[in-house]
Design a protein around this ligand. Sequence first.
Ligand code: FAD
Length: 448
Amino acid sequence: MAPAQTLISSKNVAVIGAGAAGLITSRELRREGHSVVVFEREKHVGGLWVYTPKSESDLLSLDPTRSKVHSSIYDSLRTNVPRESMGVRAFPFLPRFDDESRDPRRYPNHREVLAYVQEFAREFKIEEMIRFETEVVRVEPVIEKWRVQSKNPGGDFDDEIFDAVVVCTGHYTEPNVPHIPGIKSWPGKQIHSHNYRVPDPFKNEVVVVIGNFASGADISRDIAKVAKEVHIASRAKEPHTYEKIPVPQNNLWMHSEIDTTREDGSIVFKNGKEVFADSIVYCTGYKYNFPFLETNGYLRIDEKRVEHLYKHVFPPALSPGLSFVGVPAMGIVFVMFEIQSKWVAAVLSGRVTLPPPDNMMDDINEWYASLDVIGIPKRHTHTIGRIQSEYLNWVAKECGCELVERWRAQEVDGGYVRLVTHPETYRDEWDDDELIEEAYHDFSRKKL
Ligand code: FAD
């Protein structure tokens, strides 16, 4: 950690977004002594966790004129991380048994997560910093400061100057839709998981689900409850893969990726199998998108890599005035927001200094080179689940905060293995009770 040479100073900071990242970041900034304005274009806190039955008018979300929906949550969604690991250190995500509307399970439903996020906002009085229904439409640097243009609830535009801007706008709203050979003339329905809510529209259909990570594994099983057949296409599987997956309806198969689709409605997999499908559901992830940022081409997105961010947070030449909380994809997301935002707050106050821009750039290039050496494609630059504790501990040391607890790191790694090997049961069956005990012991110790 580089100790600061300058005096600690308070900054005027704009936070964009009042999802979990924006709420947690606002708290950390204020604790450090900064004054904060949070811009949120929706009416409520919670971002992704505010479920809506509505989908976008274009189910693949390709039409730039479509009406946009922020949330990508489906009705049956339960967390893929146990609650004790998911909650932040300042406010553990404890089960509530005193209220029937709450879900006390270890892997609760999405409503329970929203309730927790709302409680966090109330507990730390974050709402008083938020301007709801106010969309940031442009952010640009102006000599040592940042201009933020926003559209207020009355439809008027406001221009304001801030010392710094922290981007907390999430990255699960802009679907990534890969090209499938022959798809232009394939006649069936297509939908991205961003627009998937309930299985009912797929009743009695033959459905192909592309992608087999968290959403793909969940959605294929959700649809299998009502569909005639569901076929998962996974590019992570060997080309010959063809397996029946045990589900009560006996109608779910795993294949390798799709080879081609045809005008007659058929879909051929790399394993040579052919099905005639009614629908394709793309569970193929999302793209980063910061349409309001105007940096004269300094920041750009290339194949899901946000170029260039020092430790996934600071763009070297625009730091520390511009920073991003929440870019990496990993298991312990809320704790990542907590640790990254402590770093941002400390850098902005001058308590911690960043290396010179050239050194940050060297570090970024070394990171890219290290990914090349082990064959990790550019699109996985920010997918850092395999080194999440190492990364978070580096940031934590930099700003002098607590490292990732042993139980939390182990829970998330073990949970990930269970998610891949037992996607049907991992939320209700586990063998790490000693880690849960350690977690709750930790919570009660910190409360004393
Ligand atoms: P968001 O929650 O997306 O919030 C961003 C906010 O910014 C929104 O409120 C939005 O309205 C606002 N905003 C955007 N643009 C603007 C603008 N221009 N002006 C003003 N406001 C703006 N994580 C877990 O820890 N556990 C899980 O079980 C889990 N499950 C998931 C399941 C799915 C299907 C997905 C897609 C993600 C899941 N995640 C999970 C990851 C999830 O992204 C994080 O948990 C987290 O909630 C993201 O928070 P965020 O604040 O970064 O983004």
